[in-house]
Design a protein around this ligand. Structure first.
Ligand code: GDP
Ligand code: GDP
Length: 464
């Protein structure tokens, strides 16, 4: 991800239409039900070869009363704060309105990097509005038609140099070697490098996954605090936000949930169906996945499937057992949960399991600690010298097999990637190494270098 672009502007200028066009079908939770409005939506956008995050500050279309307008303003300000660049849309057909001036003011005050666009510019009807847009004092507008996909090439040419700038900046920020396993390169020798902790521009990405009613929205609301979500008394405000930004105990985070954040009472089948697919998408974007279980029905099929998916996608996984306040037999239950965890999710061996009460907030500190620990482990990088000393010991303790009398040799091991940790072992006959031996090495890595619960990948390569 290179940079974040926020689409801002008054209602009805075409923000959502543009968002959907940039993000495509992948993320847009399209909804034609009346009364369903949105908080900030985020999606992964692609324009030509430029990839970026886009934030849609639409929502609250039915903003009629003052308090909603106030919220709308706050939403926009938040979108601006989260973004590197703002795309300010005006409606070329309607011309510039006082409301546009208000938005222009917000952007000026926030000192935002603004690209001004006159939307609905297809045909000739937008000429007047386009000329008027210069008067906002935000530079030369570009002509766009979100609905017809016109003007995107111009947007591309404006974003291209920006995206290159951000890429350079990101490269300077992150000395991390990110190599393909196919053309791997070993990491620097010496001390283990420091792990890049989450920052405002690179928040820790978390997905909270679980069956309906597990308590996902209660948990997320507890974490982010009510103020940041639209939980106001206005009827009909629901949220299908794809992610929310927050700071949890000083750590910038982006929490993916999706339909779980909806207010109750609006539940309906269509959104419920969308939420499963969203859960899967959320896993793909997440760094750490919190599988939230309901203590009264833990380890359901759906929970197991999503936990397995998270592991296969190489995410750091934490199991959180919710509604612990409602459990009477805590010790007995804990033993039962541990047994089930080990039996039903062997692929997550060693992953942390914490008990929480989203309702009371009890255990959230432990959940936070578990998340941070998992994140650090997931980013772990072990030096080549330590790995090779370790390999010698492993080979001595339990030599590789010798098919047809010729012992398999393992000469060298190095870590080629983090997030999750990935290792390459150079060996004489990669195809003859039994799976059990691979598991022996992986479990050894996990235990000896303290990487519990993180997926570890091991690749065997022919040493030639
Ligand atoms: P938002 O409130 O800013 O998110 O605006 P929407 O994306 O919901 O669009 C408001 C209305 O403008 C919808 O009826 C869209 O179909 C329409 N619209 C959006 N983009 C264009 C465009 O490029 N040209 C025209 N003519 N209409 C558009
Ligand atoms: P979601 O569908 O996963 O988002 O679940 P909700 O957050 O809407 O919660 C479903 C129900 O479980 C609601 O009635 C909550 O009040 C309740 N709930 C959530 N967390 C807890 C908890 O920690 N303890 C108890 N006793 N109930 C909870």
């Amino acid at each position: 991800m290179t940079f974040t672009l926020a689409i801002v502007g008054r209602p009805n200028v075409g923000k959502s239409t543009l968002f959907n066009r940039l993000v495509g079908k992948r993320l847009a939770l399209v909804d034609d039900q009346p009364g369903v409005t949105r908080d900030l939506r985020e999606g992964e956008a692609k324009l030509g070869n430029i990839k970026f995050t886009v934030i849609d500050s639409a929502g609250l279309e039915e903003a009629t009363d003052d308090s909603l307008q106030g919220r709308m303003r706050r939403l926009t300000e938040r979108a601006v704060e989260m973004a590197d660049v703002c795309l300010f849309l005006v409606d070329a057909r309607a011309g510039i309105t006082p409301s546009d001036e208000v938005f222009a003011d917000i952007l000026r005050k926030k000192n935002a990097h603004v690209i001004l666009a006159a939307n609905k510019s297809e045909g000739r009807a937008g000429e007047g509005g386009y000329i008027e847009a210069f008067s906002l004092g935000l530079g030369e507008p570009i002509r766009l038609s979100a609905e017809h996909g016109e003007g995107l090439d111009e947007l591309y040419h404006i974003l291209l140099p920006l995206s290159e700038q951000f890429e350079e900046r990101a490269a300077a920020d992150a000395p991390e070697v990110d190599v393909d396993v196919e053309d791997w390169d070993e990491f620097e020798e010496g001390e283990e490098p420091e792990i890049m902790m989450p920052t405002e521009s690179k928040p820790l990405q978390i997905a909270v996954i679980g069956r309906p009613n597990a308590g996902k929205s209660t948990l997320i609301n507890k974490i982010i605090g009510e103020e940041r979500l639209l939980t106001g008394p206005e009827a009909g405000i629901t949220r299908d936000a794809i992610s929310v930004r927050t700071t949890w105990e000083d750590v910038p985070m982006r929490i993916f949930d999706t339909a779980g954040m909806r207010r109750k009472g609006k539940v309906n089948e269509k959104l419920e169906k969308l939420s499963v697919a969203d859960g899967i998408r959320a896993v793909k974007f997440a760094e750490v996945v919190v599988v939230l279980l309901d203590v009264s029905i833990p380890f359901e099929q759906q929970d197991l499937r999503i936990a397995d998916l998270a592991e296969r996608e190489g995410r750091a996984v934490i199991v959180a057992v919710n509604k612990w306040d409602a459990e009477d037999n805590k010790q007995e239950k804990l033993n039962d949960l541990r047994e089930k965890f080990g039996r039903l999710l062997p692929q997550l061996r060693g992953a942390p399991m914490v008990t929480v009460s989203a309702k009371t907030g009890k255990g959230l500190d432990r959940l936070h600690a578990a998340i941070m620990k998992a994140y650090v482990t997931w980013n772990r990088r072990v030096s080549t010298s330590a790995l090779n000393r370790w390999l010698v010991g492993m080979l001595e303790q339990h030599p590789p097999p010798a098919p047809q009398g010729k012992r398999i040799k393992m000469r060298y091991v190095t870590q080629v990637k983090t997030r999750p940790p990935q290792f390459v072992v150079m060996t004489s006959h990669p195809d003859k190494v039994p799976e059990s031996y691979e598991r022996y090495l992986i479990n050894g890595l996990r235990e000896d270098f303290e990487m519990p619960g993180t997926p570890i990948r091991l690749y065997l390569r022919d040493q030639g």
